[in-house]
Structures are given as structure tokens and as C-alpha cells.
Ligand binder design. Structure first.
Ligand code: EPU
Length: 441
């Protein structure tokens, strides 16, 4: 079994290069499957989600060549329109293969997508939108969606709530549709704009307009292109918090202040400081003491749901009571029990919300009476070493951060989770001075 052994308490220092964004590359791989030509992607992180996505591409006839962070994909023919259940169910991005399969082959069999178990994670809006474009979709008991369409027709669709991959699904399906597609109430995440950038380089005609509107004029075909993925804002925030917690001397390379604006604003409220050097490298540090904060996760632009776990570790080091209210996923506090094992004083609760169906991005009806949407963190706590488990990707980063500041030996299981989205996390932390060992026995 794989595990990390962390001996916490070291101050970290040095430089870390932030990798390309997982949540861009996974969608860029799907975009590459819309053409018979070669698509080259640079700055691709070496993480298991990318590996599984590429296994699926090879499985349906694509050729893939990966040299370091440079990835070449060529899908001359699609030889199967059914994704393997086990691999596809590992990640939510697999549901995006509806577009290349239906557009090129007229049909698709896609398993109900997985990814992190951080709530029900429905794809009802994806299905609804694809139906609007003329794709018929039936969900069967074997766990697959069966989709078919002779030709995708441009249409208008308004998302009832914000959906990041749902917006991407509709863009991918519309670029080769007949006529114009108008999407309203679209998500604004910058990862979506990178997908649009790549598709336009491939010959698509996708335009973001004001007020969350995206207009797509279908084109006859797409061609090859080369694109460099921008840096991962979730990875950057993880290292920013690692820096703040361990002496403030980690320089983040290959990222940008613009991408981290919403994080930096909250970090400054917590007493944090940001230094930018002449190479535009970033250093997040605490000058004096960490102040308690009250954050609610929001759709873009807002404090991102993926940051709240690492933020909670930071708040265990603040004097006083902090609150984190999770509004995007109904069940994203699995790390709380792990931090409690380390002595953290955290209480789960449900804040008073006037109209929960509107306030929360998730489907409020999916919640049970046990689901809690917020936590109160009382600090400051000197965290202690413990035996810990990673329950999902960001929860994985959360427990590693906590172990880094807890003196003594912590053992962390569930490493597959962190390998989904952080390239060589242990090695990069070790280079910064962390006492962390990866063991596979
Ligand atoms: N939702 C529905 N129906 C839908 C689509 C979404 O009810 O048809 C709900 C979801 O269940 C969730 C909320 O709406 O409660 C937000 O879902 P959204 O579609 O916006 O996000 P996602 O596609 O599940 C992506 C990222 C997440 C990131 C969020 C927010 C990918 C593959 N995943 O998820 O990344 O947290 O957007 O930006 O792009 C991660 O990297 O660890 C991760 C979870």
C-alpha cells in the first residue's frame, strides 16, 4: 500500500514551479479528439488523471506521445464509442467525450462520471443541454448514458445554475454543430477560457460575450494546433498556503497574480502578504500573525471551493474563530475528521440560509439530514502527528499541509487521491526542505 511518512515541523524554502492546470488539460485532450489532425499540448502535468484520460484515448483508437510535459495527440479514426466503465468512472472529465463521439460517429456510450466523491455531482444540466442540441440520451441500469444524433444542431440553452464542466460540455458539442449556439448563464472559470482559446486555434468560432453569454458559430471541421496550458491555480494556492504555514519562504514560479486575485484578497484579510520579484515569482508569507476569517466558497470570481481544505489548515493557526461555508458541493468536509485526529478544534454546522435552493450551487434536495455545509474552526491549535487518510484530491493536499506543521511522524494513506492532480507532490515538497517519504509496499 502506498503511503507518505511526514515528519512535520520543518520550515520550507526555495523555488517550486507550478504545473499546468489539470482542469484545463483534461478538457484540452477531449478537444484534440474533435479533429483527425495532430494537437500538441505543452506544460502538461504528469498526474494520474491525465494518464487515465490518455488510456481512454488510446482505447478508442487515438495515438498519444508524451515527452515530459509535451503531449501529442492524434485521433485519425475513432474505433469505439464506448468508454471503459472502470477508467471513465474515475473522473468527471470523462463525461466530456460525448462531443467527439457523437460529432464524429453519431453515438456515444459514456458511464456516469466519477471524480472526487464530494457530493452527488450530477450531470443533469449537461444532458439537458445536449438534448437541446438534438442529442437523444438514455440512462440505462448498466451505469451508461447511451447518446445518439445524426447531426448536432445549434440551439439556445440557458444553464439553470453555474456549471464549469457543463459549460465546457456545451461548447465542445457546439463547435461543429450546424448553425449558431447561444449559451446563457455560463460559468466564468478561467479554465473554460483556455478551452475556448484552444478550440479557436483549431479553427472553431467561439466568443464569450457579456453577462455570462457564449456564442458559438458551428464550423465544418477543426484542424490541428499547438497550445501551452497555463498554470494550475489550485496547485499554486496549495503551495502558497504551504509557504505561509512554514516560514513564508517558498517562491512560486510559472504562475501569475491575476490567476490568484481572489485568493490573495482573502489571504491579505488573514494578515498575509504577497511579494512579487522581478521574474514575477510569488512569495506568500505571514508577517505577524494569522487572523481568523469568514469565507464562503463561490462560483468564479470568488473564493474557490478547491481552496477551502488547505485554507482550513491555515485557519487552525489563526487566533480566534473562523468560518468556512461551502456553497458549491454539498459534501466537501471529509478532511475534518482527519484534522480533528491532529487536535484541530473544528465543528460542523448548518448556517441559516434564506433560500437554500437558490443560495447553494449544488442541488439542495440531494442533501440528507446529516449533511453539513459549514465549519467553525477555533485556533490557534498546535497540531499533533497522526495516522491520516486522504478522502479526495484537495482533502489530500489538506492533510499533507497539516502534517507538514505537526511535529512528529504522521502516516498518510490514500496517496492515489493526491496523484490524481499534483505532480510528484512529495518530491517537490522534499526539495523545499520537507521531511516526507513516499513508501509503496
Ligand atoms: N451540478 C449539477 N448538475 C450538473 C452540473 C453540476 O447539479 O449538471 C452541481 C454539482 O453537483 C456541483 C456544482 O453543481 O455541486 C458545481 O459543479 P460544476 O459542474 O461547476 O463543477 P464540476 O464540473 O463538478 C469542476 C472542476 C472541480 C472544481 C469545480 C469548480 C473539473 C474536472 N472539475 O467541477 O475541480 O472544483 O469545477 O470550479 O474541471 C478538483 O480539481 O479537485 C475539482 C473537484
Amino acid at each position: 500500500m502506498k503511503k507518505y511518512i511526514v515528519n512535520g515541523g520543518n520550515n520550507l524554502s526555495g523555488e517550486v514551479t507550478i504545473c499546468g492546470a489539470k482542469n484545463v488539460v483534461l478538457k484540452a485532450i477531449v478537444a484534440a479528439c474533435l479533429t483527425r489532425d495532430e494537437v500538441i499540448l505543452n506544460n502538461v502535468p504528469q498526474i494520474s488523471d491525465v494518464h487515465y484520460m490518455l488510456e481512454m484515448v488510446k482505447g478508442f483508437g487515438g495515438s498519444v506521445d508524451q515527452e515530459g510535459s509535451r503531449l501529442t495527440i492524434k485521433v485519425s479514426e475513432i474505433t469505439s464509442t464506448k468508454l471503459p466503465l472502470e477508467t471513465a468512472a474515475k473522473m468527471r472529465a470523462s463525461s466530456l467525450f460525448f462531443a467527439p463521439f457523437v460529432l464524429r460517429m453519431g453515438e456515444a456510450q459514456i458511464p456516469n462520471p466519477g471524480g472526487d466523491r464530494i457530493g452527488a455531482r450530477r450531470i443533469d444540466m449537461h444532458i439537458d443541454g445536449l438534448n437541446k442540441l438534438g442529442v437523444t440520451i438514455e440512462y440505462k441500469d448498466d451505469g451508461f448514458f447511451y447518446a445518439a444524433a445524426q447531426k448536432i444542431e445549434g440551439a439556445s440553452y440557458k444553464f439553470k445554475k453555474n456549471t464549469h464542466t457543463g459549460t465546457e460540455q456545451m461548447i465542445l458539442a457546439s463547435v461543429l454543430a450546424r448553425g449558431e449556439t447561444l449559451l446563457e448563464n455560463c460559468a466564468l472559470e478561467p479554465e473554460i477560457d483556455e478551452l475556448i482559446e484552444l478550440l479557436n486555434l483549431m479553427g472553431a468560432n467561439v466568443r464569450r460575450e457579456e453577462n455570462r453569454v457564449i456564442r458559438i458559430l458551428g464550423v465544418e471541421s477543426l484542424h490541428g494546433a499547438e497550445y501551452t496550458i497555463k498554470s494550475d491555480r489550485n496547485e499554486a494556492v496549495t503551495f502558497a498556503i504551504a509557504s505561509a504555514l512554514t516560514g513564508g519562504n517558498i517562491w512560486l514560479k510559472n504562475t501569475s497574480v491575476d490567476l490568484l486575485k481572489e485568493f490573495t484578497q482573502e489571504f491579505e484579510k488573514a494578515g498575509g502578504k504577497l511579494e512579487i520579484n522581478e521574474n514575477n515569482d510569488l512569495r506568500f508569507y505571514i508577517e505577524d500573525r494569522i487572523l481568523p476569517t469568514n469565507v464562503t466558497t463561490e462560483i468564479y470570481p470568488g473564493f474557490m471551493t478547491d481552496w477551502q481544505g488547505p485554507w482550513c489548515v491555515l485557519m487552525t493557526q489563526a487566533e480566534g474563530e473562523s468560518v468556512i461555508h461551502e456553497a458549491i458541493y454539498e459534501d466537501r468536509f471529509q478532511y475534518v475528521n482527519e484534522l480533528k485526529k491532529m487536535g484541530a478544534d473544528i465543528e460542523l454546522f448548518n448556517p441559516q440560509v434564506e433560500n437554500p435552493n437558490e443560495f447553494y450551487n449544488f442541488n439542495y434536495d440531494d442533501c440528507t439530514s446529516d449533511t453539513r455545509h459549514a465549519i467553525k474552526i477555533k485556533g490557534k491549535t498546535n497540531l499533533k502527528n497522526a495516522v491520516l487518510t486522504m478522502h479526495d484530491l484537495r482533502a489530500g493536499a489538506t492533510v499533507v499541509l497539516a502534517a507538514l506543521i505537526a511535529p512528529g511522524e504522521s502516516v498518510i494513506y490514500g496517496i492515489d487521491q493526491i496523484e490524481r492532480g499534483y505532480e510528484r507532490f512529495d518530491e517537490r515538497l522534499k526539495k523545499l526542505g520537507a521531511n516526507i517519504k513516499y513508501i509503496d509496499e
